[in-house]
Design a protein around this ligand. Sequence first.
Ligand SMILES: [Cu+2]
Length: 352
Amino acid sequence: MYTRVNTSLYDEKRRVEVQPPTIVPLAASTPANLSASIVINQNLNNMYQSVVTASTATLFMGGALRAGEDLSNSTVINNPLGGSLENGLHSAIHYYVGDPRTQLLQNMGNFGTAARDPIFYSHHSNVDRLWEVWRFNMPDGERFDHTDPDFLNAEFVFYDENANMVRVKVSDALDSEMLGVYYKKGRSDNLWINYSPTASTNESAIPVAVAAGVPFVGEEPLNGTITIVTNFSAIVKRPSEKKPSKKLEVLNIQGVQVAREEFVALVAFVNIPWAGESTATNSAEYLGTFNIVPSADKSKHLNVNVKYEIGDNLKRIGINEEDEVVISLVVTGGSTNATLTIQGLKIDYEDQ
Ligand SMILES: [Cu+2]
């Protein structure tokens, strides 16, 4: 219904290549010539990794918003900005709907213009719906939002339908029924909720990585910043003690810095030292994607931590006792000017 020209739902500034019946890929690295069934499998795994295994509020939503933080220019290093829902799924749709014939992927591919496209409102309703599915419809039971009072009491100012200014707190928006919104769980949700990614490798890639000279990288501060142009692999230590049953094993890509001048995606894999732009994202080695959508304000610049649960991935590959794993980061999506740097890599146990 959004494609009918001369209707109020139409916007000419959209990517031509992903008009129906083409299926939008959720990974920016997806080559254009893949068959629909491969794109569907990659999308199902993307959904699985971004919603099902991202079981904590921090992994799924990002860190709790605190008073005074400028979200579009965050330098709060220990507070991940956005989680898998926002940086992965949500931003992928912004990127793919935005029109590459325009300078800043207008309209949807740029946060300064996204709401000019009517599809924005359906997209954001679906993002809100996925939050609800994450809260109440996951196989491991109910999940919980941040309880930090600084987050719950953070306020935003809006105009209501009578053009009066109203203040809304985060805590006012947590119960969708209170907002008068009811979401039905779609039958197709079961496809990704129950998706079971198979591994493309079946043993630890550490010996291969060591032989190939893949470097060991520890947590920040390192001796220097690591610049990633296209792809980078590292051997990363796992915690030495056994994982307590109530904790999650989490990779923390520390201090990701990038200018927000153009779209760029950071794709993470485990146990594939040769991972590159064409590595498929439908297997258990895929951890997730951080999609950085450009900002019209050129002074904006990110400095954030990016976290992915990796315990489920390692279990599916069959890596249990190994002390180290190979982590690969692929920079893709943008033109070659984007410089992305990181400050360290750390694997830790985090509370569920
Ligand atoms: Cu959005």
